[in-house]
Design a binder for this molecule. Structure first.
Ligand SMILES: C[S@@+](CC[C@H](N)C(=O)[O-])C[C@H]1O[C@@H](n2cnc3c(N)ncnc32)[C@H](O)[C@@H]1O
Length: 279
């Protein structure tokens, strides 16, 4: 698939996921708060600054920063899926945020002037992009000299059973092909050396990298399955595309694969992100 075809297909997937992200937003934010709060704390937003959030989804990380830049500051909350941008706009209204603009924008090719923003936030976005290197170069281009980037991606498959276990089960069960090495996906930028070299090639010279743990907890497997099928991007789309008999078989396969994470009261799947402050 060429880059443009991938971008279109991926945008369609995320457009469909927006309802699930909206419905699960409180759960997602509560589960991942340390990841988002790390990004904002390290970015140190200052009053009056212009900040850009890329691949913002429902926009929650950017909204924490919006509070800190004050009325004179401006948050540009962006995503390439219009339904995600609509969800973020609705959420900002609920929160009474008045210093944010909302833009449908592809992070690999931004419709923004060079050296126009003080800081960029991108939580769980770059690894999903067809050309993360291009997106990082675009990020460097729109940042003012000395501007900061706070980004988060998921670390290695071994550190992220919540995502790696169902994918492995689907591959081993013959429901999908193994993702090609280096292809976009939820765990595609988990190799710290690759991530650091993409950042360096994009022109970032100072990097701070931290691992941030999180745990996806659900009351039982049904809760986890619902979450997976409502929010998990390409995996959710793949499951949805299976004929109903195969869907049930895939569900059973995944249930068996994640059963070691089931305790008496809950199913708890761990994950780790690589959080980076770059300038
Ligand atoms: C895993 S969600 C993360 C959402 C949000 N940042 C968060 O942390 O809750 C990934 C988001 O990336 C967006 N996305 C994927 N590729 C993109 C691209 N090339 N440009 C802009 N947004 C993109 C999707 O639409 C989706 O909203």
């Amino acid at each position: 698939m060429n880059k443009e075809a991938f971008r279109r297909a991926s945008r369609n997937v995320w457009e469909k996921m927006a309802g699930g992200w909206d419905a699960n937003r409180d759960y997602i934010w509560e589960t991942s708060k340390p990841v988002g709060e790390w990004l904002v704390a390290k970015l140190e937003p200052q009053k009056g600054e212009t900040l850009l959030e890329l691949a913002a989804g429902m926009g929650d990380t950017g909204f924490v920063a919006a509070d800190l830049i004050g009325a004179q500051g401006r948050l540009i909350s962006s995503d390439f899926a219009p339904a995600m941008v609509d969800g973020a706009r609705r959420r900002a209204d609920e929160l009474g945020i008045t210093n944010a603009d909302f833009r449908v924008m592809n992070a690999e090719n931004m419709d923004l002037d060079s050296e126009s923003v003080d800081g960029v936030i991108c939580r769980w976005g770059y690894m999903l992009m067809g050309d993360p290197g291009a997106a990082l170069k675009e990020t460097r281009r729109v940042l003012k000299p000395g501007g900061r980037l706070g980004l988060s991606v998921f670390a290695t498959p071994e550190q992220n059973p919540w995502a790696a276990v169902p994918v492995r089960a689907l591959v081993e069960g013959g429901f999908m092909e193994a993702p090609a090495p280096g292809s976009p996906g939820i765990l595609a930028l988990g190799d710290r050396e690759r991530l650091e070299s993409l950042l360096t090639e994009a022109g970032f010279t100072e990097l701070l990298v931290d691992e941030v743990p999180l745990t996806f907890r659900h009351r039982d497997f049904e809760g986890y399955w619902q979450f997976l099928t409502e929010v998990a991007g390409a995996i959710a789309a793949l499951i949805e595309s299976l004929p109903s008999g195969e869907q049930s078989a895939a569900k059973k396969t995944i249930a068996t694969a994640v059963s070691p994470f089931q305790t008496e009261n809950e199913i708890a799947l761990p994950g780790v992100t690589l959080n980076v402050l770059a300038r």
